[in-house]
Design a protein around this ligand. Structure first.
Ligand code: PLP
Length: 379
């Protein structure tokens, strides 16, 4: 049978690394996972208890935009985190932020439209855009701009949309309020639709991240229960859209997904209140980050972007290799540590970068760092 051209997207290399690590584990090797971007902790206790209590109910379809009480709970989070008064009608519950991207890109753009994304950046933006017959436009970012796009990078670039992430993946760097405002003002002035991926909000180690909603209502803001709420496998996220876009998104969501998973919505509603447990997770990441920043340079990884949030460290390894895929393989097989080659995040400069995730238990991180030090010194 014929295959579409738009369906020929690139693989997500980190998933291939995970598979290679799994095969080694199946063969009896012990692997430390610094490749995956997911917490090692389960969903918060009260979320699991709420699910246990709900299992006797039918748990059928919900309304397409999500349970009203969950949408109200998410709106209340904006008041708690940012002091923003948000109309719950603008909250659209989705199956992870991944399906929020599908909805957002379908609602905002027509086939062929050009959508900008900072490089390095989360790889699936590019692939989802391509699968929707849209044109991803990579915007190379600079170290002096903390690997985030700035308005000058967009001058003369024809765009219908722009997607940014702060804190970003892989860099963990954040846009300051002024930097975010400058980008949003630039986009508004050129009628470029602004999409803000805020999936790592809640995970900061100094100042908190600024939401696009603190600056303007004219943006699509995407978030998820995957990271801060430690619920990757529950596949639940959300999107906040301008009031005059709600109905368009609702019609798309009804047809594309019917509704987000009911059981996960029950869990998410309870998770919103689990502040102490989630803050304890964040304290673990903070300690892991401290260990990483101390030990990575000792293992030969000196050139790292200062990570403000998320749970990643992005390292420039151009002094060590011009083939990050091979270096990641060597580290996996030689040190028993899985790391991600930068190619996922930056198709050009990613040949000379690696991403280290520190989302796991501190004992794992300490062991991984010691293995890295031994392997890199013996190399
Ligand atoms: C920046 C960013 N956005 C979105 C996602 C997708 O997350 P999910 O679909 O689990 O919400 C990820 C996953 O790692 C990510 O790093």
């Amino acid at each position: 049978m014929q295959r579409s051209r738009r369906g020929q997207v690139d693989p997500f290399i980190v998933m291939d690394v995970m598979e290679e690590a799994r095969a080694l584990e199946a063969a009896g090797r012990h692997i430390i996972h610094m490749e995956v971007g997911q917490p090692g902790t389960p969903a918060p206790l009260a979320a699991r208890a709420a699910v246990a209590a709900a299992l006797e109910q039918p748990l059928g379809y919900t309304v397409a935009l999500g349970l009203p009480e969950l949408r109200r709970g998410i709106a209340a989070l904006y008041s708690r985190w940012y002091g923003v008064d948000l109309n719950p009608d603008r909250v659209i519950v989705t199956s992870g932020s991944s399906s929020a991207f599908l909805l957002a890109f379908s609602a905002l753009f027509d086939a062929g439209d050009r959508v900008g994304l900072g490089e390095p950046g989360y790889p699936s933006y590019r692939q989802i855009l391509r699968a929707l017959s849209l044109t991803p436009v990579g915007i190379p970012t600079r170290e002096e701009n903390r690997l985030q796009p700035v308005p000058a990078d967009l001058e003369g670039v024809d765009l219908k949309g722009l997607i940014v992430a702060s804190p970003g993946n892989p860099s963990g760097t954040m846009l300051s309020r002024e930097a975010l405002r400058a980008l949003m003002d630039h986009a508004a002035g050129r009628r470029i639709s602004f999409v803000s991926d805020e999936i790592y909000h809640g995970l900061h180690y100094g100042d908190r991240a600024v939401s696009a909603l603190e600056i303007s209502d004219e943006a699509y803001v995407i978030n998820s229960f995957s990271k801060y709420f430690s619920m990757t496998g529950w596949r639940l996220g959300w999107m906040v859209v301008p009031e005059d876009h709600i109905r368009t998104c609702e019609r798309l969501a009804q047809n594309m997904f019917i509704c987000p998973p009911h059981v996960s919505q029950v869990a998410a509603l309870a998770a919103l209140d689990c502040v102490d447990e989630l803050e304890a997770n964040r304290a673990v990441y903070a300690e892991n980050r401290r260990l990483m920043l101390e030990a990575l340079p000792k293992a030969g990884f000196h050139r790292i972007a200062p990570p403000d949030g998320a749970f990643y460290i992005y390292a420039d390894v151009s002094d060590l290799t011009s083939d990050s895929l091979q270096l990641a393989r060597d580290i996996l097989h030689g040190a028993g540590v899985a790391v991600t080659p930068g190619l996922d995040f930056d198709p050009v400069r990613g040949r000379t970068t690696l991403r280290f995730s520190y989302a796991r238990a501190t004992s794992d991180i300490a062991e991984g760092l010691e293995r890295l030090r031994q392997f890199m010194t013996g190399r």
